[in-house]
Design a protein around this ligand. Structure first.
Ligand code: CA
Length: 483
């Protein structure tokens, strides 16, 4: 008898054969379709360090040990000219929206008790991926609205954990003025542990959740931003190699974060998700030179005379020199992206359109996205459009990078202008304004054009200026948690 054999030639056999093929199709078809979809739509994991300098990673020659970040760099695409904004909130706004943060009036960190927020209903990477069926989560720093009602869940994240403000005590998780900020899903709560460990553990809990959907996980560490508070086990390895105690603490915080990143990557490997997950690692701005305050955190922390290291780049966090805005960054997708070092100009604005497109998301022209899809460039699978001119506005100054040239215009110093040829002078030592007046005029024109787009925002959204809000019991360290 050949009842289930497909080789039968009788009429009944042909029918049975058709049935057999149908069974094969039903059993194998959806799996094949899923495998195909997996190649096109990866999970997205964004890991962002806070104030990590250019030379604060092992693969850039630092004395700080970052073996797990180095492993991502060695196995992924090293982005050696990846631009961000010189402080926290602007970079996070740009990364999540693909638009210049000045379009939202976000020129500097949202601090104190400011009511400034990312405008409601702004499309974000999270909302676009959520619309594509992704599970979306944030753990760590938000910094695009300091109150729970302007937290990540209003902008496309299914779940959130961490802190809303720009900086926290790593152990108490209170903001520098004592306000509460540590929360889960918009409810303030208390959790015991170092922020680095808590953020990594939350990320791993999310990764270990059983689900059939793709995910977008945004992991925003609180370090090496001050206050740098580390246990002896992280400091001890640097006792003999770093003399300055504050730099030693800083190094310990970076290595601690690196180990946390190692835990997250290991969780992906253990669950067999590493080859289906695109990982972006970046810093939000350049390293900070030093920190001292007698009032913040009631004067408990610091002074820290030496923190980050941006060498050989010029300048620090808050500067428009390369040291403030050009940061360590890596794109990693095991088995999909070939390792390479990429010196092409990229921007944090590029990840919104790149990841959205990979996920099959649609971007409306009405969103006025300024980043570009750089997948052809990073993957080597095609040619990418030339890098557009990049624009910065930090209130006291504005800058533009076009090709190899950069112009910085200081508003508050009698229109003092600086011009640098980054191809010959990456350290920005020679101001070429008088040497090349034609290039200065060309870039001033570009800068003026790019600044016009921000005026449109300020005409329409006057209500989004920074305002102080009244003391709210919910923000007191002794107050009740919740909205
Ligand atoms: Ca920062």
């Amino acid at each position: 008898m050949n009842r289930m054999m497909p080789g039968s030639t009788s009429a009944a056999g042909i029918l049975r054969r058709a049935h057999w093929y149908l069974l094969v199709l039903l059993a194998g078809g959806p799996q094949w379709a899923l495998a195909s979809a997996e190649m096109r739509t990866p999970n997205v994991l964004v890991i962002i360090a806070d104030d990590l300098g250019w030379r604060d990673v092992g693969y850039h020659g630092s004395e700080i040990r970052t073996p797990y970040i180095d492993k991502l760099a060695a196995g992924g695409v090293r982005l050696e000219r990846h631009y961000v904004y010189p402080t926290c909130s602007p970079t996070r706004a740009g990364l999540l929206t693909g638009r210049n943060p000045s379009r939202f009036g976000i020129l500097a960190p949202i601090a104190g008790r400011s009511e400034q927020v990312l405008p409601a209903r702004t499309p974000t990477l999270a909302s676009v991926l959520k619309d594509r069926g992704y599970a979306t989560a944030l753990t760590g720093k938000w910094h695009l609205g300091l109150r729970p009602e302007a937290g990540p869940r209003q902008y496309g994240f299914d779940q959130t954990h961490g802190y809303l403000h720009g900086q926290i005590d790593q152990w108490t998780h209170l903001y520098k003025n004592g306000d509460r900020t540590w929360h889960r899903n918009d409810r303030f709560f208390d959790e015991t542990g170092h922020a680095t460990d808590l953020i990594a553990s939350e990320a791993i809990r999310f990764l270990e959740t059983e689900r059939t959907r793709r995910f977008f996980l945004y992991v925003a560490f609180s370090v090496p931003h001050h206050p740098v508070q580390e246990e002896e086990r992280w400091i001890a390895p640097y006792t003999g190699s770093i003399a300055d105690p504050s730099r030693r603490l800083y190094a310990a915080s970076v290595t601690h974060m690196d180990a946390a990143i190692g835990r997250i990557v290991e969780a992906l490997e253990t669950r067999g998700q590493i080859s289906q997950t695109m990982i972006l690692f970046t810093s939000d701005n350049g390293g900070q030179q030093q920190y001292r305050s007698e009032t913040e955190y009631e004067g408990r922390h610091g002074p820290y005379p030496i923190l980050g290291d941006n060498r050989p780049l010029r300048g620090w966090k808050e500067d428009l020199y390369e040291g403030g805005i050009r940061v360590p960054a890596v794109l990693y997708w095991r088995g999909r992206l070939k390792p390479k070092v990429l010196g092409t100009t990229l921007s944090c604005l590029d990840w919104f359109p790149t990841f959205a497109k990979l996920a099959g998301g649609k971007i409306s022209s009405g969103w006025k996205i300024e980043g570009r899809d750089v997948w052809p460039l990073v993957s080597g699978e095609g040619s990418s459009s030339p890098a557009p001119a990049l624009y910065w506005n930090i209130g006291s100054a504005a800058a533009v990078v076009q090709g190899d040239w950069k112009l910085i215009a200081h508003h508050q110093t009698q229109a003092h202008v600086e011009l640098y040829d980054l191809s010959k002078d990456a350290a920005e030592e020679t101001n070429r304004v008088s040497l090349n007046p034609a290039k200065k005029a060309e870039l001033m024109k570009v800068l003026t054009q790019l600044s016009q787009l921000s005026l449109e925002f300020h005409r329409n959204e006057k209500s989004f200026g920074a305002k102080s809000y009244a003391m709210n019991a919910g923000f007191s360290k002794n107050g009740e948690s919740g909205l």
